[in-house]
Design a protein around this ligand. Structure first.
Ligand code: ASP
Ligand code: MG
Length: 432
């Protein structure tokens, strides 16, 4: 669609009444243009809903209580934005009731399925509240259920998008609403299977949702509104001397986000790159600020950029009888890795051993070890960090290694990667 802009507002930009009003005031300056808005759940709602899921699975009787406190927080925010009789209260209540029904039943045997049926309420209510507020503020907005558009496979909590169907549905459902005029507002993170069961795209997946809509509707550009001025060279909460990048290529952005730079969800770049749709990362606190532009334009000079990914495991695999780790072993190992959707970040092999660094999520690493233990000797080192540095300079690397034990390192043209363990600082006075 010509002139279409896609905006994504994350959880912190809609975390309370003041921030919701701020989003409305940003949108005020875009009236009269076709805009599709994607919103996340408010603040830390998704984390709180994860507690509801865990409580339900554990049958500890706390699930409804936690859900009620989440509901309370939303009602509190709504009471600051709407008159008591506003129909938004009933609409939000309907979404919560759907979850209450799930909680009345026995916990579903498929944890991931149950997770998605509960967790989706965060985005459903935030989008309902945001759309109602925009309408109230004189910005006509249609609410769109993202599950009517984004079709995924049935791998719950990590649904893979079925692109052909999703493109078709986006054109059928979103275009008519946009053509009507006004904004269209939908949820990030959620989709649905062909059987109409709710799925999610993976934590922090709302950025990806915005990119999916941008791709399907041929947006002119996409903007992610964040609480930082743009893409920074490292996470300012973890590193000093961080600077904002004005421009970034898709390639740089995808390399850094894949290895843990939290600024954008790693899956966001591909759909945009495939259609050459520019991505802006801007601040909702300083909306006039220039932000960062991510596009195909090649920049040949970058400062050092650092990404840190925690919860890494090194899996040391060797043959039990000193036979070589040969091609057929590799192929068996990788079949298990692929089946578990285990993200491999680094690997190294010698004659009789193979080491992989993977994201240590849920019980995937243990399941991997169980599968291969019969044929290989397996050792696992956990709680490690992966540090990825693009365009490194020696002083930067030296600084990063301070206080850490280096377990594995790899250098390629523009990238240095290190798997490290934090040195345990023991207070000898207490020990003595
Ligand atoms: N609300 C979801 C999460 O917290 C999706 C998102 O915020 O992007 O993971
Ligand atoms: Mg987020």
């Amino acid at each position: 669609m010509k002139n279409l802009k896609v905006f994504k507002f994350g959880g912190s930009s809609v975390r309370d009444a003041a921030n919701i009003k701020n989003v409305a005031s940003i949108l005020q300056s875009f009236t009269g243009r076709p805009i599709l808005i994607v919103v996340s759940a408010m603040g830390k709602t998704t984390n709180a809903l994860e507690e509801v899921v865990a409580a339900q699975a554990a049958r500890n009787g706390k699930a409804l209580e936690i859900l009620n406190s989440i509901k309370e927080q939303h009602y509190q925010i709504m009471s600051e934005l709407f008159d008591p009789g506003d129909e938004v209260f009933a609409a939000v209540n309907d979404h919560f009731v759907t979850v209450e029904w799930v909680l009345e039943e026995e916990p579903h045997e498929n944890y991931d399925y149950m997770y998605d049926q509960i967790i989706c309420v965060g985005e459903l209510v935030s989008s309902t509240i945001m759309a109602a507020y925009l309408n109230k503020a004189g910005l006509p907005t249609s609410w769109l259920d993202a599950r009517d558009v984004i079709l995924t496979d049935d791998i719950y909590r990590e649904g893979w998008v079925q692109w052909d169907e999703t493109v078709e549905k986006a054109k059928a459902k979103a275009l008519p609403l946009l053509e009507k005029g006004g904004f269209v507002l939908t949820q990030g993170f959620i989709g649905s299977t062909t059987e109409n069961a709710t799925t999610t795209l993976g934590r922090e997946g709302s950025d990806y949702t915005a990119a999916i809509f941008s791709f399907c509707l041929d947006a002119e550009d996409m903007t992610i509104w964040k609480d930082v001025p743009g893409v920074l060279t490292a996470d300012p909460r973890l590193f000093d001397n961080v600077v904002k990048l004005d421009r970034l290529s898709y390639r740089e952005a995808i390399e850094m986000t894949y290895y843990g730079a939290k600024v954008i969800h790693p899956k966001t770049i591909k759909p945009l790159q495939n259609k050459n749709i520019p991505l802006f990362v801007k601040s909702f606190i300083d909306p006039k600020g220039e932000g960062t532009l991510i596009s195909s334009d090649v920049e040949d000079h970058y400062p050092p950029m650092v990404a840190l990914e925690r919860n890494q495991a090194l899996v040391y695999i060797s043959t039990r009888d000193f036979s070589f780790v040969a091609e057929h072993h590799m192929s068996v190992l990788f079949t298990h890795i692929a089946n578990l959707r285990l993200q491999v970040n680094m690997m190294q092999n010698t004659a009789i051993s193979f080491v992989v660094c993977v994201n240590d999520i849920d019980d995937k690493v243990d399941r991997f070890a169980q599968h291969i233990q019969g044929d290989f000797k397996v050792l696992i080192d956990r709680n490690l960090e992966l540090i990825t540095v693009r365009h490194a300079q020696p002083a930067v690397l030296e600084n990063l290694r301070k206080g850490k034990i280096l377990l594995m390192e790899e250098r390629t043209k523009d990238t240095v990667q290190m798997v490290v363990k934090n040195v345990q600082v023991v207070d000898w006075k207490e020990v003595g």
